[in-house]
Design a protein. Sequence first.
Length: 377
Amino acid sequence: MQPYRQLNAPIYRASTVLFDDFDGMLKRMDQLYDGYVYGGFGTPTTRELEEKIASIEGGTQSLVVPSGLAALTHTLLTFCNSGEHVLVADCAYPWLKVFCKTRLSKFGIDVEYFPSSADSIASRLRPETRVVVLESPGSYTMEIQEIDTITAEAHEAGALVVMDNSWGFGISNMFRHGIDISCVALSKYASGSGDLVLGSITVKNDVLYKSLKDFAACIGAAVSSEDVYLVLRSLPSLQVRMSEHARRAERISAILASRPEVDEVFNPALPTSPYHARFKRYFRSSNGLITVRFKNNSLSNVRRMIDGFSVFGIGLSWGSTHSLLSFSRSSASRDVDKMPEGDYLVRFHIGLEDFEKILDDLNRGIDRLSLDHDEHR
Ligand SMILES: *Cc1c(COP(=O)(O)O)cnc(C)c1O
């Protein structure tokens, strides 16, 4: 028969992985880091994705884990011991902060938050500081930390630096700026369709990789080869999708900034952003996320605007081809950054639908905001 060939690798599904003989099974754990032991510890499908992610991120190895949040929590649980200290940028993913406050504290790990726009963390580092967690840009308010300086300071103090690189996936190489570990929500642009939840942890050396792999194995962080395959299928279009999302978001940011109802547009790719210089240093380009603070941003005004969009869906997450919006009270998840009280920020993810329709939907939404309902003026 004619040999069969196809474009994409097949999906390997397994709980059971078979061994050739007695010794194969006896010595199975020798294969944990670069072979196959048990489906939950990896299959050729997960290994293929891990290699691709490591190359996109510029690290040596990657580990695929059940979610972006799991990438962060597994990293902290792997490297932190009781009595140690962790520094976290205040703009970090809110559920990571919930984890730090309600779970890490139970293990006697002291977590402290530092300003999202930090130039330096030197004064906060302690002998027992084990990990510093950065998120640049913060996924609502787009602060960018001074990564080069912070990684040098942390290393001097013997701490590891972890970057939540969900925003910068595919458009940055954080390892060139001293990061030790990069955590990414593959649920966003890597999947590109809003239909799965997956994360990755990428490291700069084998020692870190082995520690993480040991932890993932014993905590049971198994992923579905089916979901992994869907991400593999989306990666070839990652760069083209992201540059189109970014091009659209930049155009829309400029249009939004010119509307009188808009107080501030948060997008580091805008030359007017206070983080634009850092953005240019740390990222090759941007993506489709824009956050807006409207002038009349009381709850009732924002509600009137949001209830009425047709192209934009209302929902969490971003990075799919769909236009989405979500909102957040900026002060709700901040511990040290000063945010105005009762301030609702609206975050738009600019999708790949017909561009004129997206623009029209947005403009009509802002028109609803400016309707003269004077009870809240
Ligand atoms: C979405 C997101 C996460 C969490 O990823 P999940 O895969 O949804 O768990 C973490 N950090 C950032 C910055 C995110 O945007």
